[in-house]
Design a protein around this ligand. Structure first.
Ligand code: NAP
Length: 310
């Protein structure tokens, strides 16, 4: 960590977008560093069971893919700093040098790439927070092994929910997939896999009303929004996969965002503030995939070079 020097570029976050940026920054010869609160790089990918659509590496586990990204960045000499970023100051002399405040030190930099990614959304139903860690989970690959030969429910209809249901079907006796509509949002290839499994039952048009249990999850109450029927599924685990929320709270007021907190930036990754760039899941864009996050990292470094007149 160079407390008294000024970096060309600080990258905040070490998911695929941040690590993509780190690789391109090293190749561009920038004096750069990646800051992440976790010493383990990878972001959301780390807890993905299997990634089947990253070009050239089909079927790799998310953990292994993250490790490969990190090894690539390390091989090029990328610098990783473990610290919690608290905020960014624009400095008084125009916007030529930013100060990134962390819980370890304050760091000066000419440009910043924001790559903080996203965290899971919650359902907000009774029982959810009280039973978190006691049968309620947001990560099937982290917690799935605790539910060997049990019956569990997955909530959601996107890529993550379907991937989780497929993963859990290999461990659990039975998996319910609870989705609020009659159509899944997940990729067709994932749906095909899901529908080929004998121990997965989809509860269509179903909304979770409550997660029941005293010390541990004992069941989930669902409401069929077509028939109006309420019913209880006896399950020991509930895996919630109902989307993501961008981790951009600490950048409010610094750059323009939409009402959901996604940072407004086009493919050049330039934000409303000169010298600050946004990449990956925090950027407002139509496709949030590993491959598009990595591409953002490359595009952003190109824009940083233009900004620094290199
Ligand atoms: P997502 O695609 O936004 O899907 C969220 C799902 O949760 C939707 O089916 C949604 O229902 C449902 N939902 C949202 N709020 C709900 C609520 N309050 N109650 C019940 N259901 C609710 O989110 P995701 O699956 O977490 O994926 C996040 C992003 O990562 C996506 O862009 C996805 O494509 C990407 N991803 C990519 C890969 C890959 O490339 N292999 C893997 C995982 C994720 P509706 O359908 O009714 O809106």
């Amino acid at each position: 960590m160079m407390e008294n020097e000024v970096y060309d570029l600080l990258i905040i976050g070490s998911g695929p977008a941040g690590m993509g940026a780190a690789v391109y920054a090293q190749r561009a010869g920038l004096k750069a560093a990646v800051i992440d609160r976790s010493p383990v790089s990878g972001g959301q990918v780390q807890s993905t069971y299997e990634v089947d659509n990253y070009l050239g590496l089909p079927g790799l586990g998310g953990g292994e893919l993250s490790e490969r990204f990190r090894e690539h960045a390390d091989r090029l000499g990328a610098v990783f700093i473990t610290a919690d970023v608290l905020g960014i100051d624009c400095g008084e002399s125009g916007q030529s040098v930013y100060t990134v405040h962390t819980d370890q030190a304050d760091l000066g930099t000419k440009a910043v790439i924001l790559a903080t990614g996203a965290v899971h959304s919650t359902l907000g139903v009774p029982g959810e927070s009280a039973l978190a860690g006691m049968g309620v989970s947001y990560c099937a690959t982290c917690d799935g092994a605790f539910y060997r030969r049990s019956t569990v429910a997955v909530v959601g209809g996107g890529d993550v929910a379907v991937e989780d249901a497929v993963f859990l079907s290999g461990i659990c006796e039975k998996v319910y997939l609870i989705h609020r509509r009659n159509q899944l949002r997940a990729a067709d290839s994932l749906q095909k896999k899901l529908f080929s499994l004998g121990n997965v039952e989809v509860c269509w048009n179903s909304e979770v009303k409550e997660i029941a249990g005293t010390d541990m999850v004992e069941g989930v109450d669902i409401y069929d929004n077509q028939s109006g029927r309420l019913s209880r599924l006896d399950v020991q685990g509930v895996f919630i996969a109902v989307g993501i929320v961008p981790e951009t709270r600490m950048f409010r007021g610094l750059v323009e965002m939409d009402e959901q907190g996604y940072i407004l930036a086009d493919e050049t990754c330039r934000t409303s503030r000169k010298g600050i760039f946004a990449v990956g899941d925090i950027r407002k864009k139509p496709m949030r995939q590993i491959i598009t996050a990595v591409a953002d990292g490359a595009n952003a470094v190109h824009s940083v070079q233009e900004y620094l007149n290199l």
